[in-house]
Ligand binder design. Structure first.
Ligand SMILES: Cc1cc2nc3c(=O)[nH]c(=O)nc-3n(C[C@H](O)[C@H](O)[C@H](O)COP(=O)(O)OP(=O)(O)OC[C@H]3O[C@@H](n4cnc5c(N)ncnc54)[C@H](O)[C@@H]3O)c2cc1C
Length: 356
């Protein structure tokens, strides 16, 4: 982009951010930091201003801070138009317009997509609807689960022993609740951290009173006559009475709204180059649509330039900052997003930190 066009964009251009959470907010703040004075529109399907998710499986479940009180601190004034509680439902790349579910359309010169992921639901919809069956991704999920744990269930079943599932089990034990964790793999956290750390995590869970069942799948959930969950059945033929079930089976990327748009988006995320520019479905890089956070798939130099999605808090912040910088830069001034994967998890009184 020529200098004059870039100056016009900075002075009175239109930038739209879809996904008003961690990556969306930090991206928008960076745009203002970099001197963007034009109109900024933040579109978010949740009715809340950006909030932080990590506390939802930690402090919020322990009653040490309500799920409603995890608003993200602001780094600066944004001066943005907020369109909250209304999802983006489509994208017209040629006309440079985002369509909203309420029928409105918002035009852009530059678009930042940061629509993240959602919790993978329990695969049987009727069982997923049973009272007492939860997932944990949003502030509303966190508040509802915390209320149910406050009521003192007799036994909680957590399905899936990844980070979120393990943290939920930890919070249950800290509250003195009986908890069973069912994991298809050989150990908790094994997918992310491998067998050695997985074995340590298993020991930690059992030492802390978790009824950990590995190498087993939950095959069905059973409700009582009032529609409340009462039992779960396992692939080894056993059953368990439980009155709360938390389904913690990973995430699905929020890309359905882009179907038919021509953007390179699908169940694995939105493909982008190292500079956070989205690819279209022909594999040609766009120059006005950028991607950041959990929904992005970008080439990573540490992993042979494979396209990876990193569902980590720090990655969302760093990628959003890079995307925003590049949105306002000449091509020679653009930066690649090179982030060493790093995350933390707090469970059973232990802080796990992983880098690399
Ligand atoms: C319970 C929990 C605990 C976690 N703990 C840790 C941790 O300890 N350490 C760590 O590194 N990471 C942790 N994470 C992950 C971290 O929170 C994410 O990496 C981070 O939230 C990603 O930010 P994001 O903005 O890319 O996506 P999200 O936070 O998922 O935000 C995307 C937003 O876009 C909205 N959206 C989706 N579709 C549309 C649409 N069509 N129109 C408008 N808006 C839309 C979504 O509703 C959401 O508000 C945790 C996550 C959860 C859920």
């Amino acid at each position: 982009m020529a200098d004059a066009a870039l100056d016009r964009l900075k002075a009175d251009g239109r930038i739209v951010v879809v996904g008003a959470s961690l990556a969306g907010l930090r991206g928008a703040e960076t745009l203002r930091d970099k001197g963007f004075k034009g109109s900024l529109t933040m579109i978010g399907d949740e009715p809340y201003e950006p909030y932080d998710r990590p506390p939802l499986s930690k402090q919020a479940l322990l009653g040490k801070g309500a799920a409603e009180r995890t608003a993200l601190p602001r780094r600066r004034e944004l001066d943005a138009e907020w369109r909250l509680g209304v999802p983006a439902s489509g994208l017209d790349m040629a006309a440079k317009r985002v369509k909203l579910a309420d029928g409105e359309e918002v035009s852009y010169d530059r678009l930042l997509i940061a629509t993240g992921v959602r919790a993978r639901p329990w695969p049987n919809p009727a069982e997923a609807e049973l009272d007492g069956v939860f997932v944990l991704r949003t502030r509303d999920d966190g508040a509802a689960l915390a209320r149910r744990l406050d009521a003192g269930p007799r036994r909680v079943l957590v399905i899936g022993a990844g980070f979120t599932g393990s943290e939920i089990a930890s919070a249950c034990r800290e509250r003195g609740l009986e908890v069973t964790v069912a994991e298809r793999g050989d150990a908790p956290l094994v997918g992310a951290l491998g067998g050695v750390i997985g074995a340590v995590a298993a020991e930690m869970q059992r030492e802390n009173g978790v009824d950990l069942r590995t190498g087993v799948m939950v095959t069905g959930l059973e409700g009582d006559t009032t529609g409340r969950v009462r039992a779960a059945h396992f692939s080894d033929g056993t059953s368990l009475e439980c009155d709360v079930v938390v389904v913690s089976l990973g995430a699905q990327r929020n890309t359905e709204w882009l179907i038919g748009s021509g953007l390179g988006a699908g169940p694995r995320g939105i493909a982008c180059d190292a500079g956070c520019r989205a690819f279209d479905i022909r594999g040609i890089v766009t120059d006005d649509i950028f991607v950041a956070g959990d929904v992005a798939r970008s080439p990573h130099p540490l992993f042979g330039y494979q396209f990876l999605s990193l569902e980590h808090w720090g990655n969302a912040v760093s990628q959003a900052e890079t995307a925003a910088h590049n949105m306002l830069s000449e091509s020679t001034e653009r930066r690649p997003h090179i982030w060493v994967p790093a995350f933390w998890s707090t469970q059973f009184g232990v802080n796990i930190k992983s880098v690399g």
